[in-house]
Design a protein around this ligand. Structure first.
Ligand SMILES: *[C@@H]1O[C@H](CO)[C@@H](O)[C@H](O)[C@H]1NC(C)=O
Ligand SMILES: *[C@@H]1O[C@H](CO)[C@@H](O)[C@H](O)[C@H]1NC(C)=O
Ligand SMILES: *[C@@H]1O[C@H](CO)[C@@H](O)[C@H](O)[C@H]1NC(C)=O
Length: 417
């Protein structure tokens, strides 16, 4: 056992040469080979005790019986071995021995032992790469995703990646190919960039119905993006600075509630990043989480000089506990008749928000009064201080008739002991 000491930063890390998995596997293999051989040896050499009428015929049938027993034993050991291998790799569902699985995927998923063995600081002995367990349901798509020329240019398939993410295959495996590059000629300096139109040639249009921002602006992309890529005349332009109704709060009012302590925030489902842009004008850094559903939201936000986060809302936020001063969420919270789905999201937002931080629920749509009651109850369980709380009704422009119930609130995270 080699043992090496390294001076690392604040202390001494100790590494030890152990390759637990491979030696355990070797041991199991050796053991199974030994036991099957011993068993065979025993079967052929031991004399049966209780037979009175000894005939050669009888002997042959006995031997063939023993042989089939041995074969069964071997096959069962092999199955056990395969199972152990799967357990050691940690992939019960993804059978990486199948020939249809891209070899890059197998390579990616294999454990890579640390060159110096177990690291005493982190306690890990190997580097583990993972894919989401739901990837198992989309093995064909995943294998397609992992099928490329190593070191070459990746297929132009970002929409395939998004398709996988939407099927819960998140995180995706890494790839060893170069992504198609897009020249970003004509980016503006910050903060000029915040409200400048983005040139069509700056984003990837593959896999999208529209091939220009002009086209996008003439279409309705989801409920909350009508002309939302139009930074000059778009209907969204005045949002957050001018209230259209009492359920719209303006950023200056909300920031005032934070007593100057709001510096970093997360915006969920932030569309083209207008919220982050308004916050940036007030020196607050906001990360906008969005996918590219029918439009190049991520590239657009980045071209404005803002921070896009390509992440589905079903994944735990990749942020540490108690770090954000503000979380803004518009429209997204409700999930029909699955209140527990909403709870997972609420608890995760609560986790990343610091004590005294603000949770801004912005125009949260409630299908009916029952849903409003469920949402209200859920929010109240967290014990937040209600700095603003308004329930209002709105008639959607496209669905004239019955007004819909919306909730807007600014809540302050309490101290918990
Ligand atoms: C967009 O970019 C292309 C290529 O970089 C350039 O020729 C064109 O003038 C740009 N258009 C605008 C409106 O800036
Ligand atoms: C915005 O509206 C003005 C006048 O209504 C028009 O001249 C201009 O072309 C529009 N800009 C965009 C980007 O649509
Ligand atoms: C933002 O920061 C800049 C540079 O520190 C400062 O000049 C400006 O007044 C700040 N703006 C606001 C709205 O606080």
């Amino acid at each position: 056992m080699g043992s090496v000491s390294l001076k690392l930063g604040d202390g001494t890390a100790r590494f030890r040469r152990v390759a637990f998995c491979s030696s355990a596997l070797n041991f199991i293999m050796l053991f199974s080979v030994l036991t099957t051989n011993l068993f065979a040896f025993y079967a052929f050499t031991s004399t049966p005790k209780n037979h009175l009428h000894y005939t050669p015929n009888n002997d042959v049938s006995l031997i063939s019986e023993q042989v089939s027993l041995i074969l069964r034993e071997i096959s069962s050991s092999q199955k056990q071995l395969a199972q152990l291998e799967r357990e050691l790799l940690g992939y019960q569902n993804i059978d990486i021995s199948k020939s249809s699985i891209a070899s890059e995927l197998k390579l990616f998923l294999q454990y890579h032992p640390l060159p110096l063995g177990k690291d005493s600081r982190t306690g890990i002995a190997e580097m583990v790469s993972s894919v989401g367990h739901s990837c198992e349901k989309s093995m064909n798509l995943l294998s397609q995703f992992m099928n490329y020329k190593v070191g070459g240019i990746c297929p132009d398939d970002w929409s395939l990646a998004q398709k996988l993410i939407l099927r819960g295959c998140e995180p995706l495996p890494r790839r060893r190919c170069l992504t198609k590059s897009v020249p970003k000629v004509g980016l503006y300096r910050f903060p000029l960039s915040l409200w400048k139109p983005v040139n069509d040639s700056m984003v990837t249009w593959s896999g999208l119905g529209c091939k220009s921002f002009d086209c996008l602006n003439r279409k309705k992309i989801g409920k909350d993006c009508v002309g939302c890529f139009d930074l000059i005349n778009g209907s969204d332009k005045q949002r957050f600075v001018k209230a259209k109704s009492k359920i719209d709060f303006v950023v200056d009012d909300v920031l005032a509630l934070g007593n100057g302590g709001i510096r970093i925030g997360l915006d969920l489902g932030g569309g083209t990043g207008n919220f982050a842009a308004r916050m940036a004008e007030r020196n607050v850094t906001v990360v906008t989480s969005t996918l590219n559903l029918d439009a190049p939201f991520n590239e657009f936000i980045a071209a404005r000089g803002l921070f896009p986060l390509f992440l589905s809302l079903d994944l735990r936020f990749p942020f540490y506990d108690n770090v954000f001063d503000l979380v803004h969420v518009a429209n997204e919270l409700n999930d029909g008749d699955r209140p527990e789905k909403m709870e997972f999201l609420m608890f995760d937002m609560d986790r990343i928000l610091r004590v005294g931080g603000l949770l801004w629920l912005d125009n949260i749509y409630c299908a009916d009064n029952e849903q409003k009651r469920i949402l209200t109850q859920l929010i109240e369980r967290f014990g937040y201080k209600k700095l603003k709380w308004i329930v209002g009704e709105k008639v959607d422009a496209d669905q004239a008739g019955k007004p819909k119930v919306y909730l807007s609130a600014v809540l302050q995270k309490p101290v918990r002991v």
